[in-house]
Design a protein around this ligand. Structure first.
Ligand SMILES: C[S@@+](CC[C@H](N)C(=O)[O-])C[C@H]1O[C@@H](n2cnc3c(N)ncnc32)[C@H](O)[C@@H]1O
Length: 284
């Protein structure tokens, strides 16, 4: 069936109001596929009828489900392997400024089902002796409650566990039961999750590293600028922001500058020494 232009407008405005994303024409093709499970579950005839139902006064639950279904939650462990390979040097550089208090705070904003922040957790635990006496706080947030619930459960399918995860990590950190892979408590307990919109006031305190990858792809420029301003507020003066491989701050924020020598990473612009972050070259 054809989705009426008025239906697209209703769905676009709903999605933008709740998440900041626009439903550009390039994404219209996947709307019907994304909403199909809701139509089936609720016995709604088609997307046009669903859009009409959204106007009902008691449609909050339906609108929540609709927004969740329209979000793209694609993620996998150690996504952009090269970028992850740079992270230990970034942690080292920041840790050099934290010797007194030995704390690190890392935030994955738009964490989806948790693979990103669990990858960071595994990476830190790989170097267990280095971080033994450090207090490390790992936070994952997402606008979608359903992915946050899944991230907390840390229970992955065979397909999900095989995407990006080396066999060593899989066997060390996950237990197989009936074809599902459950994170061991030692890994799960390292991370906290909660619902949060990157367009809202950031979680309290300053973070040393913020990963916000593949979250702003569908934001119009004004929302990218707003999200980046929030991330700049949440970042420690000598912290680092990691964006997705195809993302940039250019044109949306002058609060960040590229962190020389590492991929997809930015530091706060105009930070003065001694707080400016410098990362040693690879192999040094
Ligand atoms: C494509 S996934 C990327 C997940 C992970 N960061 C990665 O790169 O693998 C984008 C995630 O951003 C979330 N998201 C979209 N808009 C958001 C917003 N305004 N605030 C917080 N999360 C948002 C989506 O729900 C989705 O889980």
């Amino acid at each position: 069936m054809t989705i009426a232009p008025s239906t697209m407008r209703i769905l676009s405005s709903l999605l933008e109001a709740r998440t900041g994303q626009c439903l550009s024409e390039g994404r219209h093709w996947r709307v019907e596929m994304a909403l199909n499970p809701i139509l089936k579950k609720r016995g709604i005839e088609d997307c046009n009828a669903l859009a009409a139902s959204l106007a009902a006064p008691d449609a909050r639950r339906l609108s929540d489900e609709t927004v969740e279904a329209l979000l793209n939650n694609e993620t996998y462990f150690f996504r952009d392997h090269d970028a992850f390979a740079d992270l230990p040097r970034v942690f080292e550089a920041i840790a050099a400024n934290r010797k007194g208090r030995k704390t690190l705070r890392i935030w994955s904003a738009g964490c989806s089902t948790g693979q990103e922040i669990y990858s960071v957790a595994m990476q830190l635990r790989d170097d267990e002796r280095r971080w033994r006496d450090w207090s490390i706080e790992l936070l994952g947030t997402d606008i979608s409650q359903s992915v946050i619930d899944r991230a907390k459960r840390a229970d992955f399918s065979q397909f999900e566990i095989q995407r990006g995860l080396a066999a060593g990590h899989m066997l060390r950190w996950f237990e197989n039961s009936d074809g599902r892979w459950q994170a061991r408590d030692t890994l799960r307990d390292m991370v906290h999750f909660r619902r949060h919109n990157v367009l809202d006031v950031p979680p309290p305190g300053q973070f040393d590293v913020i990963l916000c990858r593949n979250v702003m792809l569908y934001f119009p420029g004004i929302n990218r600028a707003k999200a980046l301003a929030n991330l700049a507020r949440a970042l420690a003066p000598d912290g680092a922001l990691m964006l997705g491989a195809g993302e940039t701050v250019l044109g949306y924020s002058d609060r960040f500058e590229i962190l020389p020598g590492v991929r997809s990473l930015y530091r706060l612009a105009a930070a003065e020494p001694p707080q400016i972050l410098r990362v040693a070259a690879a192999g040094s």
